[in-house]
Design a binder for this molecule. Structure first.
Ligand SMILES: Cc1cc2nc3c(=O)[nH]c(=O)nc-3n(C[C@H](O)[C@H](O)[C@H](O)COP(=O)(O)OP(=O)(O)OC[C@H]3O[C@@H](n4cnc5c(N)ncnc54)[C@H](O)[C@@H]3O)c2cc1C
Length: 620
């Protein structure tokens, strides 16, 4: 319905679920709910999706792997929608061009028939009925239109938790004092300090000399010592956390090494001692003066071997690390993370260290490190109860604003973790919206079903095994008993206790058979995405997630994992049901929709590997 108000257009939408904020957590919440059958509206205030990972901010996606301080254990990397996205991007966009990345993100949402995407639409208001949200309202800049979205359930994935001040949902800002949740990495007394925001820099190596003339307004840094902070935690003056925590931490400092494996200048950071929402515009101005000053330093002050490097891009939209965090029925703490988070209602996991940035940011005393990395187990579990509001009955959230202390959030905030949190929350919201369950009701009576759905969607829940459909267990298989046991062990990644996949020759086949025809709806395949990532990229950073920052002449395009299957065919009683000759995903769900005595899948060609590794293959 379209209503005219005050001369400005006003459009109403009616949906089951409305998500505010289209970073990875919001996108994946919207997609998961849509795939559950819910009608979804996704309201995003920028022209592109992806939040801090978008072309506007360009932050690397990291998660339960890739930290220098924990063993480089890529078998912990997040799967589910985040793999689907990355695999599509590597296929479409091997040179990791940011405009193409934006289009891959956009297409992922636009391909979902149940999602209405409102881009350039900033949520600014909501209507309430007691402790329930009735509708949210957003202003769309490009069309000068107000959009009101009525829905049964809402999710705030805006990072800044825009719906908190509007709806009265409980939230917190700043660092808890250590005694409040028995933590050690925070200050003794609580405060309102946060981690800051940053404008990143990207550069490109050319084959010729490139001059740079600094703008007059840029700051000037003659020497490295004008901005480099102390190296190493020992002896550093980072006094806020306990001595015990400091002894275990690693300090990270401000390197300005250019290169394909170099820095992205994350440390051009301010705002932790300001109001990280309302001071953003002034902070951006200062961040730009620093960013251009740092580039001038690299090009014109001292020998940085940067003669042939050209400034490619500077972010004008600060990427934010921290502002409001919601309060849910449970608050995740440092202790939960350190004790591995073995929650009954585990729906996601993390594994990045507690990466607690210095609130002083770029202007912190140079005797203090830019951040302290406090070790965490990888993985650690995250419970469902941190994903919905304690006092607003139909409000979910995911991303950096989940119900966690500052200390816990300093780990859960990385985007691989935000992605699996978004998928978990969206799946729960989809269940609520299509079946009239409350968020609390999912916790009380449907948590196992939610966990089963997540595992089927490719999300790893540590210490749990995926349930194998009864139809598969009843079927005969053309495999040995040992192979059958591996195929049906419910584990879809290397765990250190065996490889968990079976190996077939190229051209090999898996065949399910029954004595009489059975109704088969779907074949589900989980193939080897090459957890080592050696076949995907020669570049260390891009093995963690395929995104680039600065690139040298040594940059090599990504390759589809050699272990993935390119050509495959699926038959029901000898009749071809499905075939693909450019398949490039590790998780495939192939609709069968018929009665058959025999279902077979033939693996005809890989993307380079001599054999085919299959983690799971089942029918339902
Ligand atoms: C400089 C920097 C370095 C970092 N380093 C890493 C790293 O190396 N790896 C890593 O994984 N993570 C890193 N992080 C953390 C990570 O980027 C964030 O924690 C993460 O992006 C949070 O995800 P989110 O979905 O909650 O929010 P976002 O990614 O910020 O997405 C939220 C989206 O909501 C939109 N939005 C906001 N308000 C509204 C509104 N009113 N209406 C509609 N839409 C709205 C925003 O525009 C945004 O697109 C870093 C962050 C920063 C800033």
């Amino acid at each position: 319905m379209t209503i005219k108000t005050n001369g400005l257009r006003h459009v109403e939408h009616h949906a089951d679920f409305c998500v505010v904020g289209g970073g990875l957590s919001g996108m994946f919440a919207a997609i998961s709910a849509a795939r559950e059958g819910a009608r979804v509206v996704l309201m995003q205030d920028r022209p592109v999706l992806g939040g801090n990972a978008s072309s506007e901010i360009r932050m690397w996606i990291r998660g339960a792997s890739g930290s220098k301080d924990q063993k480089m254990n890529l078998s912990n990397r997040e799967t589910g929608l985040i793999s689907e996205l990355e695999e599509e991007n590597i296929f479409i966009n091997p040179s990791l061009n940011y405009s193409i990345w934006d289009s891959v993100l956009w297409n992922m949402v636009k391909s979902e028939k149940n999602i209405t995407l409102l881009l350039n639409c900033s949520c600014a208001d909501a209507d309430m009925d007691g402790n329930k949200i009735v509708s949210v309202k957003g202003w769309q800049l490009t069309t000068y239109t107000w959009h009101t979205v009525y829905a049964k359930y809402f999710a705030d994935c805006s990072g800044d938790s825009i719906l908190a001040p509007i709806t009265g949902a409980l939230y917190r800002v700043g660092r808890e004092g250590n005694s409040e949740y028995n933590e050690t990495i925070g200050p003794a007394e609580g405060d309102r300090k946060t981690m800051g925001m940053s404008c990143l820099i990207q550069a490109r190596e050319t084959d010729h000399r490139v001059e740079f003339r600094a703008p007059k307004w840029a700051h000037v840094y003659h020497n490295d010592s004008d901005f480099e902070s102390v190296k190493g935690a020992e002896g550093s003056d980072f006094s806020h956390c306990s001595a015990e925590a400091k002894a275990k931490a690693n300090a990270i400092t401000r390197t300005h090494t250019l290169g394909t494996n170099g820095t992205n200048f994350w440390w051009i950071e301010l705002g932790g001692e300001n109001d990280s929402i309302h001071d953003t515009e002034e902070l951006r101005d200062e961040l730009l003066k620093i960013a251009y000053g740092i580039w001038d330093h690299i090009k014109n002050h001292g020998d940085h071997k940067a003669e042939n490097w050209e400034l490619e891009w500077v972010g004008f939209l600060p990427g934010k690390r921290e502002s409001r965090r919601y309060v849910g029925p449970y608050v995740l703490t440092q202790g939960d993370i350190e004790s591995e988070g073995h929650f009954d209602d585990i729906v996601a996991y993390g594994g990045w260290p507690m990466d607690d940035h210095n609130p002083g940011g770029f202007y912190a005393n140079l005797s203090e490190p830019a951040s302290l990395l406090h070790p965490t187990p990888s993985p650690y579990g995250i419970p469902y109860r941190v994903l919905y509001s304690k006092n607003i009955a139909n409000l979910f959230f995911a991303g950096r604003n989940i119900s966690a202390t500052h200390a816990a959030m300093s780990s859960t905030r990385v985007m691989g973790t935000c992605a699996v949190l978004g998928q978990a929350m969206g799946t729960a919201a989809g269940m609520c919206a299509t079946r009239n369950i409350t968020p609390d009701g999912i916790y009380e009576t449907h948590i196992k079903e939610l966990q089963t759905k997540l595992a089927d969607a490719g999300c790893w829940l540590p210490w749990r095994k995926r349930e194998i459909p009864a139809l598969s267990l009843r079927a005969g298989l053309n495999l040995t008993d040992a192979e059958r046991a591996v195929l049906f062990n419910g584990i879809e990644r290397p765990t250190g206790e065996g490889k968990n996949y079976i190996t077939l020759p190229t051209g090999g086949e898996i065949k399910f058979s029954f004595s009489k025809p059975e109704r088969v709806e779907e074949l589900r395949l989980c193939l080897d995405p090459d957890f080592s990532r050696v076949s995907v990229s020669v570049n260390k950073k891009m093995r963690v997630f395929a995104q680039k920052s600065s690139v040298g002449l040594d940059f090599k395009p990504m390759k589809v994992a050699a272990t993935l299957v390119k050509k495959l065919e699926v038959y029901a009683d000898g009749r071809l049901i499905y075939s693909a000759d450019d398949s490039h995903h590790s998780l495939l769900k192939i609709a069968i929709g018929c009665e058959a005595k025999e279902i077979s899948v033939k693996f005809l060609e890989t993307w380079g590997a001599g054999e085919v590794n299959v983690y799971s293959c089942d029918i339902r």
